[in-house]
Design a protein around this ligand. Structure first.
Ligand code: ATP
Ligand code: MG
Length: 462
């Protein structure tokens, strides 16, 4: 059965892990889709601003014309490549403020609902003249050259598009009184980037409902699983305890029944019928076994009472007198002469108790001390805050591990039988003692360690 539960737990945990993997993959896919969708919408919104807005368009024409002019000078060897780039930087720097202003104005009109920035980065300038390529600028081998737009760090996800500008140029110039015609093709490439403040958060915001629902469902599944497994384990424990009880009671009933059957057989024998001495002895045996059976049944019936079913008949008792009488009676009942009892109970206050029940409770605990290996028992009484009586009963027996202490006061609970041999019992003694003390408004505590004896502390309010 425990294997079954373990298997069930393992399968449940594995399923839960699988479920979370699937769930997180689905969430990740949804995130990617939402992200793509969001970025595409942003791209679409700004797609035409740069080229088709009148103010911005004229600024673009301005730097482009300027660049062509500088490339002409380069073709005539009047300017170096670095010179062209420096000139380009100068012109774009000068037109950038009006460019940003015009661009932001256009963005405002779009009412996007988030903060978007745009810029263009130079990638490549190549001239082709008479079939020969001449690279003026190569983006890969240079740090980013921002042409126009606001400053921000580039993120690959927010790369909007590549712009390509191709033009064929031919011009004539008089040099040394000679007309010189120069022609070249210009290939100009740039990359456009956008930046949206906290765009990841915006995308997550769009998935809020899915995320919250997934989390809730997940928590519910874990909760249900946890409770089911817990219920299963409790049920299993209860079944085990009940099975143990049935085994114990069957065992307890067997011996007197076997003796009774033996006694009946004896009485039937002809030679016994004529011997009154033997008959007397057999009858005594029958009586003893009968009493034993009766006690056993009473024990099951009475000791199973809950504390609210116990009807108390309290009377005032002087504490030390009462406890010492109980201990004297207990000593008389102990068959094992090796048991030593040390006591310290000198409190002459009075307390209201049901003598019969409390004596049973104390006897159960004292009997256990002897039953479970104790040879020395120490009993101490004390009063705290003149409100509570504390009786501690300590033995040097086999002790109880912390794990087993939890269920000690449960009905029918006995520490697993392979740990204690040949000790009979129904697992009702401590349950009943606890119920009795509870009925008096008190409580029983236990301090024990396996192999190191046990101390029961009974607290009864005065
Ligand atoms: P009975 O119903 O006859 O008293 P029991 O002694 O087995 O049967 P409880 O008195 O309820 O039942 O005790 C429950 C279990 O607690 C015992 O089976 C024993 O394992 C453990 N136990 C109780 N008292 C002690 C003790 N002083 N030292 C060690 N183990 C103890
Ligand atoms: Mg007992």
């Amino acid at each position: 059965m425990i294997n079954k539960i373990t298997r069930l737990i393992i399968v449940s945990i594995l399923s839960l892990v699988a479920l979370s993997v699937i769930q997180s993959t689905l969430i990740k896919n949804t995130y990617n889709l939402k992200k793509e969708n969001f970025i595409n919408k942003a791209k679409e919104a700004i797609s035409k601003i740069d080229e088709y807005t009148i103010g911005i368009d004229s600024l673009n024409i301005k730097w482009k014309t300027f660049l062509i002019n500088k490339l002409d000078e380069y073709s005539l060897n009047n300017l170096t490549k670095k010179g062209v780039i420096n000139e380009l930087r100068r012109i774009t720097d000068s037109i950038n403020p009006p460019y940003i202003k015009a661009y932001n104005e256009e963005l405002r009109k779009k009412k996007l609902g988030y903060n978007l920035k745009f810029h263009k980065v130079l990638k490549n300038i190549t001239l082709v003249s008479r079939g020969k390529k001449d690279t003026i600028f190569k983006g890969k081998s240079n740090p980013d050259f921002k042409l126009l737009g606001s400053d921000f760090e580039n993120v690959k996800e927010l790369q909007v598009s590549n712009s390509y500008w191709h033009t064929e140029r031919s011009f004539s110039r008089e040099i040394n009184k000679k007309e010189l015609t120069v022609s070249y093709e210009l290939h100009f490439e740039s990359t456009n980037y956008i930046n949206i403040d906290n765009w990841e958060l915006i995308v997550f915001g769009k998935m809020k409902l899915i995320l919250i629902l997934s989390l809730l469902i997940f928590l519910v599944v874990i909760g249900v699983l946890y409770h089911s497994i817990k219920a299963l384990i409790t049920q299993k424990k209860n079944t085990d305890i009940k099975t143990d009880f049935i085994n114990n009671i069957t065992h307890e009933l067997k011996t007197p029944l076997a003796t009774l059957s033996l006694a009946t057989k004896m009485l039937k024998k002809e030679e016994v019928k004529t011997k009154p001495v033997i008959i007397d002895s057999v009858i005594n045996t029958i009586e003893r076994q009968n009493t034993r059976l009766q006690k056993l049944i009473d024990q099951v019936l009475n000791n199973s009472l809950g504390y609210h079913e116990i009807k108390l008949n309290k009377q005032m008792m002087v504490i030390d007198q009462y406890i010492n009488t109980v201990l004297d009676d207990f000593l008389l009942s102990v068959e094992n002469n090796n048991v030593r009892l040390e006591r310290c109970c000198r409190i002459n206050n009075t307390i209201a108790l049901d003598k019969f029940f409390v004596t049973t409770a104390l006897f159960n605990i004292l009997e256990n001390a002897v039953k479970y290996g104790g040879t020395k028992i120490e009993v101490n009484c004390s009063i705290k805050n003149s409100k509570s009586l504390y009786i501690s009963i300590a033995d040097n027996g086999i002790g109880i591990s912390k794990k087993n202490q939890e269920l000690l006061f449960d009905k029918f609970y006995r520490v697993a039988t392979n740990e204690i041999h040949d000790v009979k019992g129904l697992g009702l003694g401590l349950y009943y003692s606890n119920q009795i003390i509870k009925a008096h408004g008190g409580a029983i505590f236990i301090e024990s360690e396996k192999g190191n004896g046990t101390t029961f502390i009974i607290n009864i309010p005065i």
